[in-house]
Structures are given as structure tokens and as C-alpha cells.
Design a protein around this ligand. Structure first.
Ligand code: PBG
Length: 323
């Protein structure tokens, strides 16, 4: 055949393929989500997330030293709270679990970028991300609590707070609260386009935070909507978000790509617990090879346009990248 173009020429050897490779997953792209629990010397396995643990603060510090030594620049903390109430008071206790975890981490691994989830669901009986009044998740009252929570994390030394609640106006509220208290250098990683997804199931097992009644569809986004994600992201940028996030990642790669086109701020994607579970389960059945599956999925998320990825695979990927 006479062909002037033969794209296969650029695939003939690994050397050639490496020259033309467009996307590189790097250890610097990774943020490791971690669960924290009370107690000491505890690494409690999470049933629905094989290979993931709830760490007591001392163990968390050891784990984070290891992650830092592997080159992982950031972690994102979630608290496993057993003291729940209707006002989520534990969420902003200066001596609370997350606040103590932040202090210990900043003392032990000061350069690691410590990020914290800001939402009420692990701290409320009902499991919603906001306060519930007469069966409704109320917006403005919730923001007051979120601001207290973010401030308590800032006082403990957090680098970035990550509001994941999807209330309207919370990024602006938190930014103003932080600035007024002098925490101008604390960053905001906003869960801007967070969908009402079934893929958070294992995470809710990890924190025992599933909503007791109803679902999260009045605040998290409808999986059918793409343009609305751009509206949400634009608002969060206006309100002062430093980084915006799309979550989950895999069923929303088009949203990541559209956001990449539309905005110049850094974009994060969350490869969530159910996405982790799908690979872990398929590997267990012998249907896919683990390293290849993990690398392909995370490279795909980067190719779509994410600058950074929250993933439970962070530690093992750091290992793969070292070779
Ligand atoms: C809570 C929160 C959730 C996740 C991150 N923050 C769960 C939810 O919204 O119900 C999910 C993370 C994952 O599934 O890995 N605000």
C-alpha cells in the first residue's frame, strides 16, 4: 500500500513511544486521602476498602512520613467521629481529632501539604453535610458551622481546607472568615462540581457517615449535568477558590476536560472510593492486572485535564513510578 501517513511508525518501540508520549503521571500529581480515628497504635482495616485503614494520630504521622519520603506532596484528612450530634460540634472543637492530627503532622512532617475535608457529615447523627431543620438541609446556617470548622483547622496549622459540602456561598464565607482571622495563606481546594454519586458508598462505610434518611441530591449535583458544573466552578473561583475539583473522576472525564478548556486555575479530580473498589474487586477476580489498571485510569484522568488527583492508590503509584 502507498500510504504517506503511517501513525504506527510512532509506536514501533518503547523508546519511540516515550518520545511522543503526551501525558505523564508524576508522583507530584498525587494527593493521598487518609482516614483518622481516636486511639493509639491503631490501623483499623476498612471492610469496604481493602488496603485502606483508619489511622490513630501516631500511626498517621508514621504513614505520612513514609508518603513524604516517597515524594507524595499532599494528603487530605477525613475524621472518623464517634461523637456525633445535631450541630456537628465536634467538627470545630479545637481539641478535636482532626485538629490534633493537623498539629502532630505539621510538627513531624512540616513540608507536607496538609489538607482537610470541611463538611459536617461525619459529625452529625443524620449524616448530611449540613444542618437539618424541619427535614431540610439548610444552607446559610450550615456555612456558619463550616467557617468555624475551617478556622479551627487553620488555627491548628492546616495548609488547605477542602469544603466538600456543596452549600451555596461556602467558599466565599470560608475565605472571608479565614482572612478576617489573619489566615490569608490558608488555601481553599473547593469541591466545586461534586455529583450525587453512588461511587461514595465505600467511603461512607469508612466513616459510618451514610445519610440516615434521604439522599444528597438537594446539594450534590445531578450526574446528568455538565454545563451546570461550569457554573459551579465559575462561582467558586469568584468566591476565592485556589483550586477547583471535579468529583468523582471516571464518569465525569468530560467535565474535567470542559473545565480545563474554560478555566485557568488548577484543577483537581477525586478518584473516589467506589472507583478504587471497582479496580480492587476486578483484580481480586483476576479480570485486570492491578498496576496496569491503576496507571491507565490515573493517566486518563490527567489526560482529561486534571492537574492533581486525590486517589487511594497514591502510595502504590509512588512505588510504581519509582520502578
Ligand atoms: C463528605 C465526603 C464524601 C466524600 C468526600 N467527602 C462523601 C459524601 O459526599 O457522601 C467521598 C469520597 C470517596 O468516596 O472516596 N462530604
Amino acid at each position: 500500500m502507498e500510504l504517506t501517513k503511517r501513525p504506527r511508525r510512532l509506536r514501533r518501540s518503547e523508546a519511540v513511544r516515550s518520545l511522543v508520549r503526551e501525558t505523564h503521571l508524576r508522583v507530584d500529581d498525587l494527593i493521598c486521602p487518609l482516614f483518622v480515628t481516636e486511639g493509639e497504635k491503631t490501623r483499623a482495616p476498612i471492610d469496604d476498602m481493602p488496603g485502606q485503614y483508619r489511622f490513630s494520630v501516631d500511626e498517621l504521622v508514621d504513614e505520612c512520613r513514609e508518603l513524604w519520603d516517597l515524594g507524595i506532596p499532599a494528603i487530605n484528612l477525613f475524621g472518623y467521629s464517634t461523637e456525633k450530634d445535631d450541630q456537628a460540634t465536634q467538627s470545630y472543637d479545637p481539641q478535636g481529632l482532626i485538629q490534633r492530627a493537623i498539629r502532630s503532622l505539621k510538627a513531624a512532617v512540616p513540608e507536607l501539604c496538609v489538607q482537610t475535608d470541611v463538611a459536617l457529615d461525619p459529625y452529625t447523627h443524620h449524616g448530611h453535610d449540613g444542618l437539618v431543620v424541619d427535614g431540610e438541609v439548610v444552607n446559610d446556617e450550615t456555612i456558619e458551622v463550616l467557617c468555624k470548622m475551617a478556622l479551627s483547622h487553620a488555627e491548628a496549622g492546616v495548609d488547605w481546607v477542602a469544603p466538600s459540602d456543596m452549600m451555596d456561598g461556602r467558599v466565599g464565607g470560608i475565605r472571608r472568615a479565614l482572612d478576617a482571622a489573619g489566615y490569608k495563606n490558608v488555601g481553599i481546594l473547593a469541591y466545586s462540581a461534586k455529583y450525587a454519586s453512588c461511587f461514595y458508598g465505600p467511603f461512607r462505610d469508612a466513616l459510618q457517615s451514610a445519610p440516615k434518611k434521604g439522599d444528597k441530591k438537594t446539594y450534590q449535583m445531578d450526574p446528568a449535568n455538565g454545563r451546570e458544573a461550569l457554573v459551579e466552578i465559575a462561582l467558586d473561583i469568584e468566591e476565592g477558590a485556589d483550586v477547583v475539583m471535579v468529583k468523582p473522576a471516571l464518569a465525569y472525564l468530560d467535565v474535567i476536560a470542559a473545565a480545563r478548556q474554560a478555566f485557568d486555575v488548577p484543577i483537581a479530580a477525586y478518584n473516589v472510593s467506589g472507583e478504587y473498589g471497582m479496580i480492587v474487586a476486578a483484580v481480586e477476580r483476576g479480570w485486570v492486572q492491578r498496576e496496569q489498571a491503576v496507571m491507565e485510569v490515573l493517566t486518563g484522568i490527567k489526560r482529561a485535564g486534571a492537574d492533581m488527583i486525590l486517589t487511594y492508590f497514591a502510595k502504590e503509584v509512588a512505588g510504581y513510578l519509582r520502578g
